[in-house]
Design a protein around this ligand. Structure first.
Ligand code: SD4
Length: 321
């Protein structure tokens, strides 16, 4: 399943210049250009939309939201928004979070059904409520009260795949689901304002009600306006038990560059788990307030998108083995 999406998204890579982690980890801010970095190949059109929105509106928050909309709206991205893989009962349940580094404000939704843009609902939780996280029916009721439009999220293609999967399943569902991908998108404007968002349909065929790392602040995403931002993709259970995005930001605060911070977090998790990194399926990205970016992961096909006014490319992150 992921292979299909990556193959689709892989077409974009023809447009992109590839560069190595060596150049990434020492990438320096050139005169404070805005910067957007996102997970996976589908992060490239998302970051390009973020830059366009920033140029049009001047708002880094709008830029993050509209960038993530691109992945959420694309039915071929089979792990985010419309066309996302359903849970084991055939229901698409979406998770998202949004964070503003300037105010430390944040909003999240988990297990949201029938709304194609959970990132917007998460942002609205931040802006319109006193709360941070709304789940399930409560999140849907809130989305309705805010005027968001409902939409069927399960595409015929995903339904067929789910039915095929279900016909082969003994209960309970398998421990190792067949796909994992999420968009985590972080950005910095020319004034040094940091923000980020994360959106996913979670692990394919997850248990109904299962919530992963993506809507959990500090796990799937964390933004500290004084330091930097980090985001995650992969098996959420291996991320959220270590508050990995928070850990990466704290490692940057202590002086590590973004790639070293991502790499150190993975190494720490692997050591604790007494597992080979390749068995963890955890992949991270980070940017710092100086405009440096970096990433590290345990999956060989992990890529990040990097977009600035002068740059639009996919990079191969540091692979932790
Ligand atoms: C989750 N982390 O729900 C998400 C899924 C994901 O790459 O990112 N997959 O666990």
């Amino acid at each position: 399943m992921t292979i299909d999406r990556r193959q689709f998204a892989g077409g974009l890579s023809a447009l992109a210049a590839w560069s190595s982690v060596a150049s990434m980890s020492i990438a320096q801010d050139k005169g404070r250009e805005p910067l957007f970095v996102a997970t996976w190949n589908f992060g490239l059109p998302a970051c390009q939309q973020s830059l366009k929105t920033l140029e049009e509106t001047g708002s880094i928050l709008d830029a993050i939201e509209k960038g993530i909309h691109v992945a959420e709206a694309d039915p071929k991205v089979d792990s985010v928004g419309v066309g996302g893989a359903p849970n084991s009962e055939g229901v698409v349940q979406l998770d998202a979070c949004f964070m503003d580094g300037a105010t430390h404000g944040a909003g999240s939704v988990a297990g949201l059904e029938n709304y194609p843009h959970p990132i917007s609902v998460a942002r609205r939780v931040m802006e319109k409520t006193k709360h941070v996280l709304l789940v399930g029916n409560g999140a849907a009721e809130f989305a309705k009260s805010q005027g968001f439009q409902q939409q069927e999220l399960l595409t015929p293609e995903q339904k067929d795949k789910w039915l095929a999967w279900k016909s082969k399943q003994p209960a309970p569902p398998p421990a190792a689901p067949p796909n994992h991908d999420t968009i985590a998108l972080v950005g910095l404007n020319a004034a040094g304002h940091l923000a980020g968002g994360c959106s996913t349909s979670g692990l394919a065929y997850k248990m109904p009600g299962r919530v992963g790392d993506s809507p959990i602040l500090g796990s799937g995403l964390y933004v500290d306006g004084d330091v930097g931002a980090a985001g995650a993709t992969g098996i959420g259970e291996n991320v959220m038990r270590y508050c990995a995005s928070f850990l990466i930001v704290e490692l940057m605060r202590s002086g590590l560059d973004p790639t070293a911070a991502c790499r150190t977090a993975i190494e720490r998790i692997a050591k604790h788990e007494r597992k080979s990194p390749a068995d963890l399926h955890i992949n991270f990205l980070a940017i710092d307030k100086q405009g440096r970016w970096g990433a590290a992961g345990t999956d060989a096909d992990y890529r990040i998108a990097v977009v600035r006014p002068s740059v639009a490319k996919l990079e191969k992150p540091f692979l932790v083995t």
